[in-house]
Design a protein around this ligand. Structure first.
Ligand code: ADP
Ligand code: MG
Length: 623
């Protein structure tokens, strides 16, 4: 069989083609980052070889020291990046370089419309394009690779336009060469000086030595020591940032870098990063934290989920343990006491850093909270141990401030006579502000927290209170408004005792099938009626959420509150007392209940009847 016969054409996965389209159209000014991506992959390949060699030392052969070699050729306008790492088999070349392995990324790219091309530079800033960054500078890319332990080598070739070819090749030993046939306007990347500068800027943190072809073994362009083992004082912001991008696959700046050595019951080094921007796949079910586990400098896995809880899935970094055995397996990590202690240590460090930031940089912390708050709130639901600390870290929209407030600040603003922390949950702070149930609170200057993350109703179900105060929904149960004085308000003429008795009795009778109870309201000011949930029932918004997700059939009956000071209600009260007004009041009551349902976002059970009553009312209005 000749080589030509064995050469196979493949199409890229549709999402890869789209990604390549974005890369090709990008006017990304920082295209030098292609080298960071390729060197990052080469270093990962060396790490994975070392891990496999723990079980099979023969894989190292007579070339045990990891190395990355850059071979520029200015005349031919090519640059090759070679490593002696794990290499790729034919199947791996096709799979790894022809499809997007991370399903979160694939889904994200799929979701980008054609318009994505215009947004290319900023998009590239949002997620790593990884290997495909090579096509920012190369018109054609060749990858020659030989998997460790195999004697076959394969060549993968593509111009990044829809297809790639795979054919047999020759390579003396294991490892991978990435050969870039540079675009005309990218000739600078075949120059040694440029490469030196790029490695210094973008790859100094890489623990594997990066050399120019022909250089002696000692002459690395980078420091070639594991970044986390260096003292903090010797690491620049830029080096931390590049390391963050290497492990976190992010393109943003790390918002916080936490670097420490733990000594005591267990010994390890931690280097954790908190991102500035939410990664696009933050809410994808496949999203995992990006913390890599090393044991005494040897990479073990980037899939040790046990290291952090899911509510810290945006964290990236490295933990290097001195206690775990080198041959630790995935299974051994589960229920491992060392891992459990490290997890406690990592969570504690992240929490401590957040508390410090919240104290010292309120504005920066608010930005962080905006991006990651909903994820941290998952911790309030699932992690009772961290619950109170997370509540103290939580920030909220509220009726009293323009920006964000903490619960402690809220408590500091509580009114005389106010006992609980009041909140309301719903779709958006603006819509919440306008709910009739808030009127009495606003009138009295009682602050209400406006919660609009879908998770809010769930953590509220787990939390008793904060700082000794109960958290209470303004759309559920009674309220303590009567105890709170209205500032500068003229003493209100109280409705005459018994004025509404007949009305209440009539409403309860008429609406017996529709509502659980009818009562006079404190919380209404301008509106005539509203619905609230009984103390023992599910809150209004939670029920609506569950119904939308078909987790719930019919909901509980609501309580109808009427505003005793409202002109309409007073007119109804008079009619209810008079002779023969009963049927008219009953009709009005049915109309009002439906209107209250609409205002609360609840469905109206009989829309046709509602429309008929409304028409009748309009007709009477027009005489
Ligand atoms: P990522 O590094 O985020 O996984 P990339 O697009 O950078 O994504 O690389 C895709 C995959 O291709 C890698 O996960 C790896 O399996 C494989 N790969 C890339 N470069 C190399 C290399 N030099 N040696 C071995 N495998 C590689
Ligand atoms: Mg990569």
């Amino acid at each position: 069989m000749t080589e030509a016969v064995q050469s196979e054409k493949h199409s890229f996965q549709a999402e890869v083609s789209r990604l390549l389209d974005i890369v090709a159209h990008s006017l990304y000014s920082e295209r030098r980052v292609f080298l960071r991506e390729l060197v990052s992959n080469a270093a990962d390949a060396c790490d994975r070889l070392r891990y496999e060699a723990l079980q099979a030392p023969a894989l190292l052969g007579d070339d045990p020291d990891p190395a990355i070699v850059l071979a520029p050729d200015a005349k031919a306008r090519t640059l090759s990046i070679s490593d002696n790492g794990i290499g790729m088999s034919r199947e791996e070349l096709v799979g790894n370089l022809g499809t997007i392995a991370r399903s979160g990324t694939a889904a994200f790219v799929k979701g980008l419309g054609e318009a994505a091309k215009e947004g290319a530079p900023s998009l590239i800033g949002q997620f790593g394009v990884g290997f495909y960054a090579a096509f920012m500078v190369a018109a054609r890319v060749e990858v020659v690779s030989r998997r460790a332990g195999s004697d076959e080598a394969w060549r993968w070739t593509s111009d990044g336009r829809g297809e790639f070819t795979v054919e047999p090749a020759a390579r003396a030993a294991r490892g991978t060469d990435i050969v870039l046939h540079l675009k005309e306007d990218a000739a600078e990347f075949a120059e040694e000086e440029t490469l030196r500068a790029i490695v210094r800027d973008y790859a100094d943190h890489i623990a594997v030595p990066v050399r120019l072809a022909g250089a002696k073994a000692g002459e690395a362009l980078n420091q070639a020591s594991a970044l986390w083992t260096r003292p903090r004082g010797e690491i620049s912001e830029q080096q931390y940032a590049e390391f963050y991008r290497h492990v976190g696959h992010g393109f943003d700046e790390p918002w916080a870098s936490i670097h420490w050595r733990a000594e005591g019951r267990i010994e390890y080094t931690g280097l954790l990063f908190l991102p500035s921007d939410a990664p696009f796949d933050l809410y994808s079910p496949e999203r995992r934290h990006q913390v890599r586990l090393y044991v005494r400098r040897v990479f073990i896995t980037d899939k040790a989920e046990e290291l952090l809880p899911r509510w810290l899935r945006f964290v990236a970094g490295v933990v290097d343990s001195a206690d775990l055995p080198l041959n630790v397996s995935r299974e051994m990590l589960q229920n491992n006491p060392v891992v459990r202690l490290m997890r406690q240590g990592l969570v504690g460090k992240v929490m401590g850093e957040l508390e410090k930031r919240a104290r010292e940089d309120a504005e920066g912390y608010a930005r962080f909270w905006k991006a990651f708050g909903p994820v941290l709130k998952e911790g309030i639901v699932h992690d009772p141990e961290q619950r109170q600390r997370l509540l103290a870290l939580a920030r909220f929209r509220s009726t009293a401030v323009d920006g964000w407030t903490s619960l402690a600040e809220y408590v500091g603003r509580m009114k005389e006579g106010q006992e609980a922390i009041h909140y309301v949950t719903g779709e958006s702070p603006d819509a919440l502000r306008r709910l009739p149930q808030l009127e009495g609170f606003l009138k009295r200057g009682v602050e209400v927290l406006l919660l609009s993350d879908p998770i809010d109703d769930f953590w509220l179900g787990e939390v008793e209170g904060f700082d000794g105060r109960k958290l209470r929904s303004v759309t559920r149960g009674g309220d303590d408004l009567a105890r709170i004085k209205v500032p500068d308000a003229p003493a209100e003429e109280a409705p005459a005792a018994g004025e509404h008795d007949a009305l209440l009795a009539l409403l309860k009778l008429t609406l017996a099938d529709e509502v659980k109870d009818v009562r006079l309201s404190q919380r209404l000011e301008d509106s005539a009626v509203c619905l609230v949930a009984d103390d023992r029932d599910m809150d209004l918004h939670l029920e609506r959420l569950l119904r939308q997700h078909r987790q719930l059939g019919a909901g509980a009956k609501r309580i109808l509150e009427i505003n005793p000071r409202h002109a309409l209600v007073r007119a109804m009260a008079r009619a209810a007392q008079g002779e023969g007004g009963g049927e008219r009041v009953a009709e009005a009551a049915r109309l009002l209940v439906d209107q209250a349902r609409l205002a609360a976002g609840d469905p109206v059970p009989d829309l046709a009847a509602f429309a008929r009553r409304l028409e009748g009312a309009i007709a009477r209005m027009l005489g």
